[in-house]
Design a protein around this ligand. Structure first.
Ligand code: PLP
Length: 425
């Protein structure tokens, strides 16, 4: 890589702009894992798309819950049970405010995005789908937003249609509009692609689908950690996301659904907490949100997610967005200077995901070499095999950034990548 004096000055200006947005050095101190070394080198964690790291406040909340508050919720009159119930329900309200849902009973705790989408595909599909009905997804969906729809389509003899994309990784909106018809019962698309970083025009998609009478589910797994989500403004019918990708614990996620629509769906699973009365002859179901929360939930997960939301709010989602935008621009500019690198996903609107392939090399070889230099990126199909087929690649290498990453780490990554490319050629 050859830098001229002008390009060095330009890079320095970019760096200054980045550091003015956010005091990243003080934020990094909140994430204990960032202090560790991997293979004798400081960890550079660029696998945030797969899961994010946890700030100390979230780790402390988990420890505190098991140390001082552990109890089952909703069922006990004793103090511990009430404290745990209050903390869990408080977390639900934090989620409600975070995505601006109208009511807290529209917030269903699930295991994660996958669980949320399966819930909708199953409950909605069982009640509302019939032979010949159509579901629309897109080429860039995660397997979690493909397979549950395939399963219910198979069961109900419904048809799955797919919105194509252009070479930059943007949805072809005209083609989407052509796919919509009175037969369309559900449109399920991702807000942000985990592989390409594309931010989809979901508000427009929702409006178009509603005109044809279809409901819309948005997979927000990669959007919520990076951008402001307002479900009332979007007017989506369902919105799904995971706690672990937004600095909270694993095993907890959210399904937002409009109250009237959720009320009109059958329960997903049967068991404790989701019932009002049970006799051997007949069971009546609980009200929202409990109707969809059978069994003991991930209590500490919910509480930890609430703390993660507090933490994100303390930084500010628009600050996070602006900072990550600059990080992505900086990394993109640098990676483009490495010979043989091809970026997969060059949409106009992108979140902080940088997927790439390098001529004549396999992504996993790159991943392995740079791991030896302390840099964690993801390689493979990223649970988007149909998308890999669309780009005719077996997989990509993907660096995905969070607000605790900095430009120094990008420099380390680029140097490591240069070394890997030289070794593999
Ligand atoms: N949807 C998208 C866009 C994702 O990136 C992911 C995870 O990578 C998922 C769904 C599935 O999320 P989870 O494994 O947390 O259920």
């Amino acid at each position: 890589m050859l830098y001229t004096t002008t390009s060095i000055l330009k890079l320095k200006r970019d760096l200054l702009k980045i550091t003015q947005i956010l005091d990243v050095e003080s934020i990094r101190k909140d994430f204990p894992i960032l202090k560790r070394e991997v293979n004798g080198k400081p960890l550079v964690y660029f696998d945030n798309g797969a899961t994010s790291q946890k700030p100390q406040v979230v780790i402390d909340a988990i420890t505190n819950y098991y140390t001082n508050e552990n109890s089952n919720i909703h069922r006990g009159i004793h103090t511990l049970s009430q404290e745990a119930t209050n903390a869990y329900e408080e977390a639900r309200k934090k989620v409600q405010q975070f995505i601006n849902a109208k009511h807290s009973n529209e917030i269903i705790f699930t295991k994660g995005t996958t669980d949320s989408i399966n819930l909708v595909a199953s409950s909605f599909g069982k009640k509302h789908l019939k032979k010949g009905d159509e579901i629309i997804i897109s080429t860039m969906e995660h397997h979690s937003n493909i397979v549950p729809w395939q399963m219910i389509c198979e069961e109900k003899e419904a048809i799955l249609k797919v919105i194509p994309i252009n070479d930059k990784g943007e949805l072809l909106m005209d083609e989407f509009k052509k796919l919509l018809s009175p037969k369309t019962k559900m449109v399920a698309v991702t807000h942000v692609s985990n592989t390409l970083g594309t931010i989809n025009p979901v508000k427009e998609i929702i409006a178009e689908a509603h005109q044809k009478g279809a409901l819309v589910l948005i997979d927000g797994a990669q959007a919520v950690p990076h951008t402001k989500v307002d479900v009332q403004d979007l007017d989506c019918d369902f919105y799904a996301f995971s706690g672990h990708k937004m600095f909270g614990p694993t095993g907890v996620g959210i399904l937002y659904g409009k109250e009237a629509i959720l009320n009109n769906l059958p329960p997903y699973q049967g068991g404790g907490d989701m019932i009002k009365t049970v006799t051997f002859e007949k069971t009546t179901y609980n009200e929202l949100p409990h109707k969809f929360e059978a069994g003991t939930p991930n209590i500490v997960g919910g509480i930890g997610l609430g703390v993660a939301i507090d933490y994100m709010n303390s930084i500010g989602i628009s600050t996070i967005e602006a900072y990550e935008h600059e990080l992505l621009a900086y990394a993109t500019k640098q990676i483009k200077q490495i010979e043989g690198v091809r970026i997969i996903g060059e949409a106009k609107n992108k979140a902080s995901v940088l997927s790439f392939v390098v001529d004549g090399t396999h992504p996993s070889d790159i991943g392995m070499i740079i791991d030896k230099l302390g840099v964690a990126i993801r390689t493979g199909h990223h649970c988007t095999e149909p998308l890999m087929n669309r780009f005719n690649v077996p997989g990509t290498a993907r660096a995905s950034f969070a607000f605790y990453n900095n430009e120094e780490e990008i420099d380390i990554f680029i140097a490591a990548l240069n070394r890997a490319v030289t070794m593999l050629k």
